[in-house]
Design a protein around this ligand. Structure first.
Ligand SMILES: [Zn+2]
Length: 333
């Protein structure tokens, strides 16, 4: 490479790294969202549609979503965060969740690249969110960062030395299925018993409230009035109003979250853990940290930080766009 080429290449690198926008797409079981991402933030409100019901229709919808953005912006490319297991080398979906039937086997990167003529990067949604959250806090130089998403289920992503860790079969980070009890008490959506998410997810919290409200009169707790209608929102509101069952539910939920985190801490000895997803907003971080430290070997626990998500619902889109920019930069060297 000549000196001029080298200077030009450096300028292009810094342009890609700092200024050039990329399109971030988040494909979930119910919603498909897209937004232009520049310098680690979304530029305008994301465009959102319902996720179509077949793989072919989803692909058409993604292409149709990209088209107007491509017309209005000079995009470095497209980053797609999708539910399911993704082979990052090929951009193929190698394992799917029940939420996206027929998605397994889709060579998503190749198809979208050939139909849009843009570079495309595809990543599992929790991994993409983990990458985005880590960059948002400038944690790339840390040895190990774990991001856990607390929502309808529990998902996660891990960064070792600033790079996403995928495991041997692209399935690392499926921490929602860590077993937290041997009692065969709760059946998880995956078909196994007593997974972390059967206790720590929104549905897990609701299940705990129903169990605790059993045998309690409606006068003693509002959650006993109609247990079929209990939601996480109702539990939080009832706890704030002093409802004893709701308060106990939230205490137990924090303990359930702590138990899973303790397993991750002992397996990976992370610098920090970031909690993302809707339920991360109702965590009492001081309480959770105490519960975790009480159950952790001193050496791994003493410096551990537990943070709340900075990117909220946009983490997948932002992370996927940043992975695209990162892959373009990496390929150049
Ligand atoms: Zn499970």
């Amino acid at each position: 490479m000549s000196q001029a080429d080298s200077i030009q290449s450096t300028n292009l690198d810094s342009l890609l790294k700092t200024k050039m926008p990329a399109l971030g797409i988040d494909l979930g079981g119910t919603k498909l969202s897209a937004a232009v991402v520049s310098e680690g933030s979304i530029v305008d409100e994301p465009v959102q549609i319902s996720t179509p019901d077949t793989a072919k229709k989803i692909i058409d919808a993604i292409v149709n979503l990209i088209a107007p953005f491509q017309k209005d912006n000079i995009l470095a490319g497209v980053g797609i965060a999708t539910a399911g297991i993704v082979n990052r080398d090929t951009g193929e979906i190698t394992g799917s969740t029940g939420n996206l039937p027929g998605w397994t086997g889709t060579p998503l990167k190749t198809i979208i690249e050939s139909r849009t003529m843009l570079p495309v990067e595809v990543e599992n949604d929790a991994n993409a969110a983990a990458f985005g959250e880590s960059k948002a806090r400038n944690l790339e130089s840390k040895k190990c960062v774990i991001v856990v998403t607390l929502g309808t289920g529990i998902g996660g992503g891990m960064l070792i030395g600033g790079k996403l860790f995928h495991g041997a079969h692209w399935a690392a980070g499926e921490c929602g299925h860590i077993r937290v009890s041997l009692e065969n008490k709760r059946l998880c959506t995956c078909g196994l018993f007593d997974c972390w998410e059967a206790f720590g997810s929104a549905n897990g919290m609701i299940m705990t409230a129903r169990e605790l409200a059993t045998g309690i009169s409606p006068e003693q707790s509002s959650l006993a009035r109609d247990s079929a209608k209990v939601t996480t929102r109702l539990i939080v509101a009832a706890a704030e109003a002093g409802d004893i069952v709701a308060k106990k539910t939230l205490d137990l939920w924090h303990l359930h979250i702590a138990v899973g985190l303790v397993t991750l801490v002992h397996a990976l000895d992370p610098d920090c853990i970031i909690l993302a997803g809707g339920l991360s907003q109702i965590v009492d971080y001081q309480l959770l940290k105490e519960l975790v430290l009480d159950r952790t070997l001193q050496r791994s626990g003493e410096q551990l930080e537990i943070y709340q998500s900075k990117l909220g619902n946009n983490a997948g889109m932002i992370g996927a766009a940043e992975l695209l920019l990162d892959s373009l930069l990496t390929q150049r060297h």
